[in-house]
Ligand binder design. Structure first.
Ligand SMILES: Nc1ncnc2c1ncn2[C@@H]1O[C@H](COP(=O)(O)OP(=O)(O)OP(=O)(O)O)[C@@H](O)[C@H]1O
Length: 233
């Protein structure tokens, strides 16, 4: 579904992603891990068209994404939950969800919001509340809901469990498994390595912008040496 070939990316003069190649198959959860500053966020941003400069090839269901703008990538069915969540201040939960529909060009608004509210009971009770007045974990759930309301084929998630209380992290895991079972493909960047590896079928590690390890998630879960070498905080 997603084929990344010799991807390179830069912030100005700093070259932060180096010849990165990996694939994500349809319907799987892939964990992308590595220590702080390894280049995980930059990789997701390059896939989404949000890096100042990116070169190489990123194919999504055969279409080369790099020549396309970020908006066109959303429309092809790629969803993105950035690390900083970007819940819009001054807008209610419902209005934040509507933004997800608008950017994907989906118009059956009432049905879409009813449907998403069933999957996120915590949001259902708060549809008319300001999004930014919710807890950090609830805002993260809103950011995820906003990304999946348009039914993307694949979602890139940047450290969704960061700073979230354990009960919500648990709920998030259930949600990700359900999304996968419904056919959504997930690329999950995480610092919470054990949690991510328990959800994923495959794992990729990047270090200093390069791919240094690729295996089944179970194999990496069992390999504490590699985890310590590349994922220790
Ligand atoms: N806006 C920016 N301008 C310049 N350099 C940046 C910028 N954002 C990140 N970098 C640098 O790019 C490199 C990769 O950072 P990136 O955020 O992709 O790593 P990461 O693995 O996602 O780490 P983290 O877990 O801390 O988010 C780091 O050296 C970082 O300092």
């Amino acid at each position: 579904m997603l084929e990344v070939q010799k991807l390179n990316a830069w912030y100005g003069p700093s070259h932060v992603v180096h010849d990165l190649s990996f694939r994500v198959e349809e319907g799987e959860i892939v964990a992308l891990v590595g220590r702080n500053g390894a280049g995980k966020t930059s990789t997701l941003r390059a896939i989404m068209g949000l890096m100042p400069r990116a070169e190489g090839e990123v194919r999504f269901n055969g279409t080369d994404l790099l020549p396309l703008g970020a908006h066109a990538r959303f429309r092809l069915g790629l969803g993105y939950v950035p690390e900083e969540r970007r819940i819009v201040p001054g807008l209610t939960v419902r209005e934040n969800l509507q933004l997800g529909l608008v950017s994907a060009g989906r118009t059956d608004e009432r049905a879409a919001i009813d449907e998403i509210a069933r999957s996120f009971p915590r949001l259902k009770e708060r549809l008319d509340q300001q999004g930014t007045t919710m807890s950090g974990g609830e805002q993260q759930m809103l950011a995820i809901a906003r990304a999946i309301i348009s039914k993307p084929k694949m979602v890139l998630l940047d450290e969704p469990s960061e700073g979230i209380m354990p009960v919500l992290v648990e709920e998030m895991g259930v949600l990700f498994r359900r999304l996968r079972d419904q056919g959504t493909t997930l690329l999950l960047v995480e610092q919470n390595v054990e949690w991510a590896l328990n959800l994923a079928s495959r794992a990729i590690i990047i270090d200093q912008g390069e791919l240094v390890h690729e295996s089944s998630a179970a194999a990496l879960l069992a390999d504490k040496d590699i985890q310590d070498r590349y994922c220790a905080v």
